[in-house]
Design a protein around this ligand. Sequence first.
Ligand SMILES: NC(=O)c1ccc[n+]([C@@H]2O[C@H](COP(=O)([O-])OP(=O)(O)OC[C@H]3O[C@@H](n4cnc5c(N)ncnc54)[C@H](O)[C@@H]3O)[C@@H](O)[C@H]2O)c1
Length: 440
Amino acid sequence: MKIAIVGTGYVGLVSAACFAELGHEVIGVDIDAAKVAMLKQGKSPIYEPGLEELLRSGLKSGRLSFTTKLADALPGTKILFSAVATPEGEGHRADLRAVFAVSETVAQTVDHDLVFVNKSTVPVGTGAECQKRIDIVLKKRTSSLSVQVVSNPEFLREGMAVPDTMMPDRIVVGLNDDPRFKKLNAKALLEELYRPITRANKPLLFMGRESAEVVKYASNAFLATKISFINMLTELCEKTGANIRDIATGMGLDNRIGPKFLHAGIGYGGSCFPKDVKALLATAKEHGLSMPIVEATDKVNQKQRERFIAKILKTLSKKSHIGVWGLSFKPKTDDMREAPSIDVIAALTKAGHTVSAFDPVAMDRAKPLLPKKVTYTKDAIDAVKKADALLVLTEWDIFRGADLGEVKKTMKGTLLFDGRNMYEPEEVEREGLQYFGIGL
Ligand SMILES: NC(=O)c1ccc[n+]([C@@H]2O[C@H](COP(=O)([O-])OP(=O)(O)OC[C@H]3O[C@@H](n4cnc5c(N)ncnc54)[C@H](O)[C@@H]3O)[C@@H](O)[C@H]2O)c1
């Protein structure tokens, strides 16, 4: 099937490359000309394991192509995905300008019936608003074309985006019955598009468009709540001698709870959880509702970061040099959006400390977001040269396997702040380092 995907970021590009790999003909559209130029050469503008290989194979097969012009992408397309960004906007609401711009441009340009699939994370009611805007533009054109807006939220995890797209836990499609679009048969088209995945027994769930929009926010808010719940307990552990790891293990073995997302640390960051939690609260407020659990999730997350910063600043007795390991918001991605490293490093330099940082892939994206005084090193061990303290902010595997004896020899001081509870305190202390974890 021929499809177009507008927005070739973390979601759009991965979807495009995977759909092409699954045999569809895909054209990716982006307003960023530099990004499109890179993509045409088979170079991925983002770090995502396995993505560049798929990109190259798609280009080679001729099933994957890119353009900056939406009009060039439309001919022959049955489905158009919109996967543009919906960042935090005014009053913490999702900024939907790109979503509406794409819907209106599609309505102005299209010359055949089309299913418009919204893959971006958007508040409930956005699909209805897109449909309204599309209908108005088509009416102005005195066109009788059918363009139906469908919701298909994305659940991929950065760092695992390719396997998550190829073998998702579920695919959610929200579409409302509308006699105007009977002939279009969006349900059958989406079933056909996703057949290579449903054949591998992955569930494709159909529901109303509003429900699908809420499923996405509900899932992210629930996962964020699990993280904040375990983080909430870390302070009690620190005051009482309880150990958060033992608590997480003890809780997680209960089948009703499960072990995932019970890893205590400096809290969640990234391009989704922080903004989606806040946007859900903003949506609730617009409807005159409150969501106290979600509110608490956000507050605990903020407090967790502040508590960690306070612990470091209190422990450093003099102006210190700090080696930082990890800048991206989580491992296996170069995404720096809302990464805890931004706040933590800013607080350290503001207090007069100096920082040398290393991240396996995110340093280029981090530089514009971090204080100018920060220096960057070629590897992890270089970052701790003459350092008074080591601070671990992202749990990359390469740090997990670090030789702590060598770290101790290379450092000037002995402090190790582990923002991800990666190391065993006893192991660190055996090497002559002083360990500071979270809730341990
Ligand atoms: N990143 C994730 O892990 C993830 C996971 C699930 C859902 N989502 C959601 O998916 C959506 C996209 O997120 P992302 O991380 O891929 O964003 P992104 O910023 O990486 O990519 C968005 C792309 O859209 C392009 N764009 C913006 N306006 C455009 C326009 N008018 N026409 C064409 N292209 C345009 C941008 O140039 C950019 O390349 C968001 O709603 C996000 O919340 C993201």
